[in-house]
Design a protein around this ligand. Structure first.
Ligand SMILES: C[S@@+](CC[C@H](N)C(=O)[O-])C[C@H]1O[C@@H](n2cnc3c(N)ncnc32)[C@H](O)[C@@H]1O
Length: 258
């Protein structure tokens, strides 16, 4: 995989693989792949600064409680950002569309590499914890159904690389069903806008928490959904907004591989 250069985009690879097996189609739009990589590569240090906001302290607390004691933790869509205590896991592998910056200080137990959430470059059953934080709403396809198919594929990939008994931990920004209906209607326009220089942030589509929980439960079975308390500020489109003015709320989803 390469970003903005020669080689196949990850979306092309996953599409071919699924097509060959006649399974549901999953494809992150090439424009989404490029824009995510460019935007988040340039914003790693800014995102670290935001971890001092109360909402992100609460997110950190919620994630910490579920990754504690991990021997091998895979952080999918890490983007060089660690909204959790990295000392809680013996080994951490971060995968993103680009190779992120490791945290400051001596962290020999952390390695970062390029990879796609839809086709993880990791062997089967190789992790006891997989974390996917703030990534699902970025797996944008041609419409809402295609985006959902991408999320299903990312969940299947997490399942594949987890060992039996392994923990799946998802932190995701979700919206109400009513807001989702509106967002779904505006999604085409948002995608077109995101392809222009007028919008620096990639297009996203946030789902209701029940939809995310259903997708995870279809693969993993029992799934626990927990709303995360918020502070006065929350990030949307790479900027901080007063929480009361935004429809997005963070949720933690946890499940185990049987
Ligand atoms: C909002 S950031 C989240 C970063 C970090 N996980 C956090 O919790 O702050 C979304 C990340 O998902 C990454 N991403 C988007 N599509 C991806 C894909 N198909 N595979 C891997 N990472 C992807 C982006 O590059 C970006 O780093």
């Amino acid at each position: 995989m390469s970003i903005g250069g020669a080689g196949k985009a990850p979306s092309q690879r996953s599409d071919t693989a699924s097509g060959a097996r006649g399974e549901a189609r999953h494809e992150q739009e090439p424009a989404s792949v490029l824009k995510n990589a460019r935007f988040f590569r340039a914003n790693q240090s800014r995102a670290e600064q935001w971890s001092s906001l109360e909402t992100y302290r609460q997110i950190r607390r919620a994630i910490d409680g579920h990754i504690a004691g991990a021997e091998r933790l895979l952080d999918v869509g890490n983007g060089g950002v660690f909204h959790y205590d990295t000392s809680l896991a013996q080994q951490i592998v971060g995968v993103d569309l680009f190779v992120g910056r490791p945290p400051a200080g001596p962290d020999a137990h952390i390695s970062l590499r390029q990879g796609d959430a839809l086709a993880l470059p990791e062997p089967d059953a190789s992790y006891d914890v997989v974390l996917v934080s703030s990534v699902f709403h970025h797996l944008v396809g041609g419409d809402a159904d295609a985006t959902m198919a991408n999320i299903r594929q990312a969940v299947s990939e997490a399942y594949r690389v987890l060992e039996p008994g392994g923990r799946f931990v998802v932190m995701e920004s979700c919206v109400s069903a009513r807001f989702f209906a509106l967002e779904r209607r505006l999604f085409g326009s948002l995608r077109r806008l995101a392809r222009t220089p007028l919008m620096r942030h990639p297009a996203t589509l946030q789902f209701p928490a029940e939809v995310i929980a259903d997708i995870i439960a279809t693969r993993f079975g029992d799934t626990v959904t927990t709303p995360i308390p918020v502070g006065h500020w929350i990030l949307q489109f790479g900027r901080r907004w007063p929480t009361l003015l935004t429809p997005a709320r963070p949720y933690l989803f946890t499940a185990h591989k049987a």
